[in-house]
Each structure stands twice: as structure tokens, then as C-alpha cells.
Design a protein around this ligand. Sequence first.
Ligand SMILES: [Ca+2]
Ligand SMILES: [Ca+2]
Ligand SMILES: [Ca+2]
Ligand SMILES: [Ca+2]
Length: 260
Amino acid sequence: MRNLLTVFLFVLLASACRQRAGVPRDRPDTSSVPTATNILPAKIVAPQATTQPRIDGVGDDSCWNQTTWHAIDHNWIGPKYDSIDFAGRYKVAWDKEYLYILAEIKDDTLLNTHKPLDNYWDDDCLTVYLDEDHSGGDHQYTYNAFAYHIGLDGRIVDMGPDSTAQLYPTHCNVKIDTRGDTATWELAFRLFPHTYKGDVKDKPVNLFDGKRIGFAIAYNDNDRSPMRENMIGSVYIDGQNRNLAWITADVFGDLFLEGR
Ligand SMILES: [Ca+2]
Ligand SMILES: [Ca+2]
Ligand SMILES: [Ca+2]
Ligand SMILES: [Ca+2]
């Protein structure tokens, strides 16, 4: 009897607390579920390249001289890091066929110990997130958006619709030039729409003045651990769980293509 009375009092107290917190009794309390939104304006503007850059890992092309750097400085995974451990920045330009990226990554120790399709995110790698139509939404196992992980060996990996890792060698040309602790990554991406099937009929879209693309870039830094030590991204993500860009394009930034 005493036990029954204790349970009754506990239920009554819990109900009162829920009502005070404004949670309707007939709905689940989702207030503790992590949410993620770009609460800071993450809009960047990419100028049109009048001359194609040479994809050689050297940023001396005319399009890069006319483009400003943006920081890769939001810690998505891992403990606080310092500028000896990691520092990163990037530029973006475009023409009708390609989205060009120049990334300068300072990393004190380079690690590449996994096979290309095996826990590839635990090796040092650059990840470029592209949502061609800026739709946002889930892309974990769809082609609504891509999360291209580019390894130190230049291999390009993402999850396919069958939930397994796949190589996408034709989606991007990449060249990495490493000098001391600094690597310059130069990349040229073709952008594929959500209707991508993974066969020979797939055609990349043409880019144009005024086009908006969902975009983010990140670096997985591992120096000596079985799993990556940090993942540092270009956009602010709110909440405790910030490892979301590989699942949802909602956290990508807004990339605006500006014509000349
Ligand atoms: Ca170049
Ligand atoms: Ca490092
Ligand atoms: Ca999309
Ligand atoms: Ca590293």
C-alpha cells in the first residue's frame, strides 16, 4: 500500500513539473533532443573564374588572386585544439562546368592507415559537402547531397544509397601539394543533382551567375589515435552533437555564385 502511494505521488509530481515546463501531457517531451541549426549567417560568395585554374595544388592561378579566404575553425568533434595541431582556410570559385576549391591545411602529423573504404573518416581527410539545389534535408544514404571525403591519397569516398562507402573518382579532380606541415588542396568538382543514379547517364549540372548551393567544408584530423581526434568545419553547428553534416544538409552554409 505504501509502495502504491509512493508511485501515485511520483506520477503526480512528474505531471506537475511537465505542466510547469509548458510540455503538453499528450505529446512527447522533445526539449532534451539535440537540435542543429545554422544560427550564424554562413553565406559566402564565390566569384566566377574567367580562366580555369590549373589543378596542381598551387594557388597561383588568376581566380585565386581575386578570391578571399574563409576560415575552417568550428570544432565539430573532439577536444580543444591549437594552431600547431590544426589550422585551415579555403577559397571557392566557379565556372560553368566546375566548382573550384583551394584549401590550405596546416596539420602537424599526417596519418593515412585505413583502407580507402574502411572508416575513412578516421584518417586525415578533407570533406566537402555539396547540396546542388540547396534543398537541405536528409542525405545520409541518398543523393540529395554529397559528403565527399577526400583522403591524402586523393581518393574520394561517400556513403551510397545502400549504406556502404563508395568511390566517386569522376566527381572531382584533386591535387595536394604538401610542404612541411602545410598542404595545399586544389579541387575541381562537378555538381550532380539529386536525381543522380550512379550510372553513365548521369550528367553534372551547369553552374551560373546567381546560383545558390548548400556548402560546407571540414577536415578530419587524426595524428596518433585509433579514431579521429578532431573534426573542424567551416560552419557553426549548434548543440552537443555537431557531427551532423554527413547526415543532413540543413547544417550546410549558403554558397552564392557571383558572375563577372
Ligand atoms: Ca593551381
Ligand atoms: Ca594535427
Ligand atoms: Ca538537394
Ligand atoms: Ca593529422
